[in-house]
Write a protein that binds this ligand. Structure first.
Ligand code: ADE
Length: 225
């Protein structure tokens, strides 16, 4: 898979994708990630990329010129162009799974008040938000989306099982609490059941605790009532 990130701040997008699992996936050739500076496609003495809002209003908007030039250069016939914006569809594990089947993604990062709407109408296949809050910079959101997608690619995680059992594999349940050594930490004990060797009972316990946690932290996942 190839992922192009188009942003005014390529370093912000790349920093979290340059360590640990993401770094290894890139080095192993599982994914090729390239972050581009939108300013490279800007023209004129000042290489301007933004301007005031038509019709007035606070803030600045990314102009269509540099974005059209960049995407026309970067896109391939199979490329899917995604705009990172708080106005987008909310990113979920199911979307990460769908996007992990693609071969080429171009993540366009908004800045300031966003991008000229002609970009969205003409170039963008999908608008994505990583949640109901506003970041200073879509490059942060692009890194989040890239991370969630790349870890799903075959071979990206050492242990293929590790993304089977986790939260959102069952999209309606969070994970059960987990423990490691020592068995007794400052008088706080690992639940006996986990050392019982009784796999059926352990699975049942996990399911119960997962339910309890979901009810407490994410009742919305359990539906109304
Ligand atoms: N840019 C600013 N805020 C964002 C968000 N919540 N999701 C995606 N892109 C953004």
């Amino acid at each position: 898979m190839r992922i192009d990130i188009l942003t005014l701040f390529p370093e912000i997008a790349l920093a979290p994708l340059s360590e640990s699992i993401l770094r290894r996936a890139r080095e192993a050739g599982i994914v090729e990630i390239v972050a581009h500076n939108l300013r490279d496609w800007a023209t004129g003495k000042h290489r301007k990329t933004d301007d005031y809002l038509a019709g007035g209003g606070q803030g600045m908007l990314l102009m269509p010129g540099p974005i059209f030039a960049a995407i026309e250069e970067l896109r391939t016939p199979e490329a899917k162009v995604i705009l990172m914006t708080p106005q987008g569809k909310v990113f979920k594990q199911a979307i990460a799974r769908e996007l992990s089947e693609e071969t080429h993604l171009i993540l366009l990062c908004g800045h300031y008040e966003g991008v000229d709407h002609r970009v969205i109408e003409e170039l963008v296949d999908l608008e994505l938000s990583i949640g109901d809050y506003v970041l200073t910079n879509g490059a942060i959101a692009a890194a989040v989306v890239t991370d969630a997608i790349v870890r799903l690619l075959p071979g990206a995680l050492g242990d293929e099982r590790s993304h089977q059992e986790e939260s959102f594999s069952d999209p309606n349940l969070l994970e059960a609490p987990a423990y490691t050594k020592p068995i007794d930490f400052r008088g706080m004990k690992v639940p006996d059941i986990l050392y019982s060797g009784h796999h059926g009972k352990i699975a049942e316990w996990k399911r119960e605790k997962a339910m309890e946690r979901t009810r407490q932290n994410r009742p919305d996942l359990l539906g109304p009532g």
